[in-house]
Design a binder for this molecule. Structure first.
Ligand SMILES: Nc1ncnc2c1ncn2[C@@H]1O[C@H](COP(=O)(O)OP(=O)(O)OP(=O)(O)O)[C@@H](O)[C@H]1O
Ligand SMILES: [Mg+2]
Length: 279
């Protein structure tokens, strides 16, 4: 008979705890309710993808988790700690664990590419290395996203949109954060670079044990990088399942979305499809 020691029982419990646990998350702007009770578990050490129509609140959800927007209601836990109820300093410590690629890359225009990445490194509290070592790491990150050292001194405005996105990705990966958020990492990239970036995201999960949460409209990417998938629609998570079943979920809303059908339960008459309050 298998016996379970108290310590291994503890490990089993820890294994089952999601890295991020979101319950009843709500956010409205005026009378427009965007998030209307999000319940979502993001498993540790796995890659989760979120899909959903434009304007449904995917980026907003990430901004709420990052503390950039204060939700109206709900629980956001990192390893069981509700970040909405902890002290400011504790919250900052917990949020330092997250590396984020914003949808528009959100680079600092007045800083060089190199300084943008160094900023990412320092923001993670990884400033123990000296300047030369930090620069070395920044250049390595650039090479990982397919950019040469020659872009390091340039300003973001001197790069193409896809290159800016890749610099944003390098900044997100700086300091090897154990939680990674990617908001549309492959939008605007050519198919080969998309595959490279997808590979990088998968490597972070497989080799570094990171927990990744990716928003994407790219179904090839979603099935390539995702272990777990969820769809945001009407202010709620209406479906979750293995990413491998995204194209064959059996859910009419998910099916319409993933196959890009005009006909189906999602109204296409306005850009507000799925938003409960409409706008
Ligand atoms: N700070 C804000 N103030 C007012 N409205 C906001 C704010 N942030 C987001 N919204 C609104 O919330 C809705 C959802 O926006 P969000 O950017 O999360 O959409 P999304 O699902 O990421 O869409 P897309 O796929 O186009 O990126 C939009 O209607 C947007 O106008
Ligand atoms: Mg968005």
């Amino acid at each position: 008979m298998m016996t379970v020691s108290p310590s291994s029982r503890q490990d089993m419990m820890t294994d089952q705890q999601p890295r991020l646990r979101i319950r009843g998350l709500k956010k409205s702007f005026g009378d427009r309710t965007i998030l209307n009770g999000i319940d979502l578990d993001i498993p540790a050490g796995k890659s989760t993808v979120i899909i959903g129509g434009s304007g449904n609140g995917k980026s907003l959800l990430l901004r709420c988790i990052l503390g950039l927007i204060e939700p109206d209601e709900g629980i956001i836990e990192i390893d069981g700690e509700n970040i909405l109820e902890t002290s400011r300093s504790r919250r900052e410590t917990l949020l330092k664990r997250i590396g984020m690629l914003f949808q528009n890359a959100a680079l600092f225009d007045s800083m060089s590419v190199l300084d943008n990445i160094l900023f990412g490194l320092r923001a993670k509290g990884k400033n123990r290395k000296n300047r030369a070592e930090q620069e070395q790491e920044a250049l390595h990150l650039l090479s990982q996203v397919g950019l040469g050292a020659h872009v390091a001194p340039l300003n973001p405005a001197e790069l193409s949109g896809g290159m800016q996105k890749r610099v944003g990705l390098a900044r997100a990966l700086a300091g090897q954060p154990d939680i990674l958020f990617f908001d549309e990492p492959t939008t605007g990239l050519d198919p080969i670079m998309s595959a490279v970036i997808d590979g990088l995201i998968s490597d972070c999960v497989t080799w570094l044990g990171s927990t990744a949460l990716t928003i994407t409209h790219d179904m090839t990417s979603a099935t390539r990088i995702g272990d777990h998938a969820a769809m945001l629609y009407g202010g709620k998570i209406i479906w979750q399942g293995p990413a491998s079943t995204l194209m064959d979920s059996g859910n009419p809303i998910v099916d319409q979305f993933t196959h890009g059908r005009r006909e189906g339960p999602i109204p296409t008459s306005s850009m507000t499809a799925g938003s409960p309050a409409g706008h």
